[in-house]
Design a protein around this ligand. Structure first.
Ligand code: PLP
Length: 399
């Protein structure tokens, strides 16, 4: 039976202290104990339901974490102050010096830089692979491989990871599969498809307002308990916790995610088709010619569409920049990084969110210098938006 993430969230009964329909905000960093013994027990992780200190757990963070776990179908979740806080804490919980990671070469630039430049300083080796090339992935496994890392829909090339197939490989090699599902919350449920750990930048679609930076880690209760262990948990010891005031506002936004995704998907489908008609190379997983369209259709949860992310190829960065400036001037949206916002955002990935990736690797992964990544907004009249884009294309002699 298919997982139904929107209904799982809707079914939650999370009341506040006074029956508030929005759970109370616990605006407190520390918590009192009526008995000294209970405090000792809480330090040892023995007293279920007791709150100790908000870097460890805060009731408001727990409400949001429980909602995310319901969405993912995992036993537990933990929320962080950024997507990078989630990714780095989760990776460092799984891997130690002497371990090996296999990662998709196409990942968000910050993740790529962490894997390529930062982890080797601490004796963790990383091999980058093309996530569509299963021979290459299989050959990359070593006896000390602990983790295979990928994004469900890769940033910025929009390749779809075949999560069940990757999960089979990681199980065979006694490694874990970690999936960043930032581009496709609700649409894909990586844990249900076989991943061990799911990470998010909630800065994007989950929150949807571009008013904060936040992240999440979803997985087994054992993994989340390990993350917040007072002696050895990376989340507890590196301290990337999310502020509870933000958790409260993100939780409210999470309840409208399913509706927003439908509109993002509808608008992106429309714009992708128009770019294609205009003769511009367009990548959108909802298009039948996308290499993983059929696979994604098989794996996705029905009802949310293929998401709001599309990529077009303007061939050179100069042409991309001219078009983006013209689109911004006409009110199509903003020339800005990030995504999942109610307005359309566009950026030239090679020179922005993937600029951490060296030019030769960008070339090897097939990232065109002219790639413009769009996060299509919630526009009511998408034909009108296209009219502006069309004017910008004509004005900049792009078509
Ligand atoms: N993962 C993906 C796919 C992203 O696009 C980003 C940011 O752009 C991140 C993770 C990092 O998230 P944050 O900026 O919330 O730290």
């Amino acid at each position: 039976m298919k997982h139904d993430p929107a209904t799982e969230i809707q079914k939650l009964k999370q009341f506040g202290e006074f029956g508030d329909v929005n759970p109370s905000i616990t605006d407190s960093s520390t918590f009192t104990f009526l008995g000294a013994d209970t405090m000792v027990g809480t330090f040892h992780g023995e007293t279920e339901g007791c709150f100790l200190y908000s870097r460890h757990w805060n009731p408001t963070n727990k409400y949001l974490s429980d909602a995310l776990a319901a969405m993912e179908g995992t036993e537990a979740a933990w929320v962080t102050g950024s997507g990078m806080g989630a990714i780095t804490s989760a990776i460092l919980q799984v891997c130690s010096a002497g371990d090996h990671i296999i990662s998709s070469v196409t990942t968000y630039g910050g993740t790529f830089a962490f894997l390529k430049n930062w982890l080797p300083r601490f004796g963790i080796e990383v091999t980058f692979v093309h996530i569509r090339n299963f021979d290459m992935i299989e050959k990359a496994f070593k006896p000390n491989t602990k983790l295979l890392y990928t994004e469900s829909l890769t940033n910025p090339l929009l390749e779809v990871s075949d999560i069940p197939r990757l999960a089979q490989l990681t199980k065979k090699h006694h490694a874990k599969l970690m999936v960043d599902n930032t581009f496709t919350p609700m649409i894909l449920s990586p844990f249900k498809l076989g991943a061990d750990i799911v990470v998010y930048s909630m800065t994007k679609f989950i929150n949807g307002k571009n008013d904060c930076v936040a992240g999440a880690i979803c997985g087994s209760q054992e993994f989340i308990n390990n993350l917040i262990d007072v002696n050895s948990g990376t989340a507890m010891l590196l301290g990337p916790v999310l502020d509870p005031l933000r958790s409260s506002s993100i939780l409210k936004n999470l309840h409208t995610l399913h509706i927003r995704l439908q509109q993002h998907s509808k608008n992106a489908t429309f714009i992708a088709a128009k770019f294609k008609e205009a003769g511009i190379r367009t990548v959108y997983p909802g298009m039948p010619e996308h290499p993983e369209h059929a696979m994604m259709t098989k794996h996705m949860n029905p009802g949310f569409g293929y998401g709001g992310m599309i990529a077009i190829d303007m061939v050179t960065a100069e042409r991309a920049n001219k078009l983006m400036e013209a689109m911004q001037n006409k009110g199509v949206g903003y020339l800005a990084v990030s995504l999942g916002y109610f307005k359309t955002l566009f950026s030239n990935s090679g020179s922005s969110t993937s600029s951490e990736v060296p030019a030769e690797i960008q070339k090897d992964m097939g990232l065109s210098p002219g790639l413009v990544r769009f996060s299509v907004g919630l526009d009511f009249d998408i034909q009108n938006t296209w009219n502006y884009i069309h004017e910008a294309l004509v004005e900049t002699k792009s078509i």
